[in-house]
Design a binder for this molecule. Structure first.
Ligand code: NDP
Length: 458
């Protein structure tokens, strides 16, 4: 694709955020030949891909009659945006200068200039702030049942979920796969989740709903053992649980916009109802960051489309867009890049020199026989952050030209190994050299962090 922008240092449009709103805006802007730059986000506001990365099956997104895994839906949107010419930039935007033209966006890695901006930074999961929350964070308390549910410590144990919305109900039902019983703690006397979700929870014999119940304190030694509750009728109580999962709503990711753009009382970007224009000309908004009411994947995608069309119109009215010229009218079709169904290797398929293999057989063999550093990722099948991290690790391994080997362990299948390795959530990455654990990471980290740690031991 030929870039005909006069000043190629200035982007036509920068889209901030990689949820359904951001990717849909990118697909529309890219098909309008604007070659958008999409800043995926990294730490602030959760992982790239947005909230659908931490959900299981999305059953209400049109076009998927049997449902689709949230992370898989986001992989598909990403591939579609890239196919039409979106450039992805893996970083967080930390501030925007809205007083200058072109706008200046400061990221963790530098400054970007842009004639227009679409903000689609979504919302982040809330924390509760119960006593001892910090002490037991990742040691029993988690904000993502879908990511951490398969952790060995939760198997056949009693667990609790706080909240009464769709997330809480979905997570409670999901956790019954692993726990012996799930306590759903609802602060009022009703669930606000959709009727289908409520029916599912009520029909599940492994879920006990505790109405009018709040959690006050978490207790235990090295791992969570019990929670202290308070109930309107029964007063104070205790429940023995090894896991406590928060599903108590979200806060919009607008901290970096304070005093730059008009926000409403709850911190959402203030736009006229049903319109993508913000208080600053040339800056548009879409998705959950502007919507405290509907907050659905499909509504986010819809408003992403609106924001891109409005941006295109705004740029062309001011003669600001420098469109790219496509040599090929229809870009090459791409398959879903998700490669989550890789086969585990066995005695016959194992290869001592392979860069990437899956399963406990590969881990045991390489652990004993390989002289190279080993990067082991512990994942679980529906873990969205693992979807983000795995291709990054593969890239690191490729860039290091075979000096390091990668192994994926599905903690759902290889529970014993996960237990021995002390895994308390996914993704966890461990770096070994000659049987010694050199470093461990939990959650999604920058590629450079892994690369540096490997280089240090080469
Ligand atoms: P919601 O805002 O819908 O629900 C938050 C829940 O947490 C409410 O029940 C609220 O209680 C409770 N809560 C809030 N603060 C506290 C607190 N301090 N202590 C105890 N409880 C608290 O958030 P969700 O994440 O559930 O859903 C967000 C959006 O995403 C919704 O639109 C939902 O429909 C959608 N969604 C859809 C899914 C699907 O279709 N598969 C899955 C997940 C989400 P109260 O009710 O008393 O206010």
């Amino acid at each position: 694709m030929e870039d005909t922008r006069k000043d190629s240092n200035v982007e036509n449009v920068v889209i901030i955020g990689s949820g359904p709103a951001g990717y849909t805006a990118a697909i529309y802007a890219a098909r309008a030949n604007l070659q958008p730059l999409l800043v995926t986000g990294f730490n602030s506001g959760g992982i790239p891909g947005g909230q659908l990365m931490t959900t299981t099956f999305v059953e209400n997104y049109p076009g998927f009659p049997d449902g689709v895994l949230g992370p898989e839906l986001m992989d598909l949107m990403k591939v579609q945006a890239e196919r039409w010419g979106t450039n992805l930039y893996e970083s967080d935007v930390v501030s925007i200068d809205t007083e200058v033209r072109p706008f200046e966006l400061k990221t963790l890695d530098g400054t970007i200039k842009a004639n227009s901006i679409i903000i689609a930074t979504g919302a982040s999961a809330n924390r509760l702030g119960v006593k001892n929350e910090d002490k037991f964070w990742s040691k029993g308390i988690s904000a993502c049942a879908i990511c951490d549910g398969a952790t060995p410590q939760f198997r056949n144990e009693e667990l609790a979920v706080i909240g009464g919305g769709d997330s809480a109900c979905e997570e409670a039902a999901y956790l019954t796969k692993y726990g012996s019983k799930v306590h759903l703690l609802v602060r009022s006397n009703k669930l606000r989740a959709s009727a289908a979700m409520v029916d599912r929870v009520k029909a599940n014999a492994k879920i006990e709903i505790h109405w009018n119940t709040k959690v006050e304190k978490a207790n235990g030694n090295d791992w969570l053992e019990k929670i202290e509750t308070i109930n309107v009728q029964d007063g104070k109580g205790e429940i023995n649980v090894k896991g406590l999962f928060y599903a108590i709503g979200h806060t919009p990711n607008t901290k970096f916009l304070e005093n730059k753009i008009d926000l409403d009382k709850k911190g959402y970007i203030a736009c006229k109802s049903g319109r993508p224009e913000t208080s600053i000309e040339g800056i548009f908004a879409a998705g959950d960051v502007v919507d405290s009411e509907w907050r659905q994947g499909v509504t986010a995608a819809g408003t992403g489309c609106m924001a891109a069309l409005a941006t295109e119109r705004w740029l062309s009215e001011r003669n600001l867009s420098k469109t790219v010229v496509r040599e090929i009218a229809e870009p090459e079709k791409r398959l879903n890049s998700s490669d989550f169904n890789e086969e585990e290797v066995n005695e016959e398929t194992f290869d001592l020199n392979s860069e990437w293999q899956k399963g406990s057989y590969a881990l045991r063999k390489l652990y004993h026989e390989s002289k190279k550093p080993l990067l082991v990722i512990f994942s679980s099948p529906s873990c969205g952050p693992c979807h983000v991290l795995k291709p990054q690790l593969k890239r690191v391994i490729k860039e290091l030209e075979g000096e390091v080997q990668g192994i994926e362990i599905d903690i759902d299948k290889d529970q014993e190994i996960a237990k021995q390795a002390g895994i308390v959530g996914t993704p966890t990455v461990q770096l070994f050299k000659e049987k010694l654990l050199k470093k461990q990471w939990q959650g999604v980290k920058q590629r450079s962090e892994f690369k540096q740690a490997i280089k240090n031991i080469l």
